[in-house]
Design a protein. Structure first.
Length: 70
């Protein structure tokens, strides 16, 4: 299943197998740490929803680190 991960075409099945939830993707990429945020199709996904939010072929997933500043 192809998704767009951080603006790059990616075969999600190679990363997570049959578990098409944001939490599985973040864990597979070793990004499950404080300060990491996820957007699915340009909408932020709350960390508490990662395990219940699924993704499908063609979805755009962005995983990024939040940086505080002022």
């Amino acid at each position: 299943m192809n998704i767009i991960l951080n603006q790059q075409p990616t075969d999600a099945a190679e990363l997570v197998g049959d578990d098409h939830h944001i939490a599985a993707l973040v864990a597979a990429l070793k990004q499950d740490r404080p300060g990491v945020a996820v957007a699915k199709n340009d909408a932020i996904v709350s960390r508490s929803d990662w395990s219940t939010t699924s993704f499908a072929a063609g979805d755009r997933i962005d995983i990024f680190s939040v940086i505080a500043g002022g």
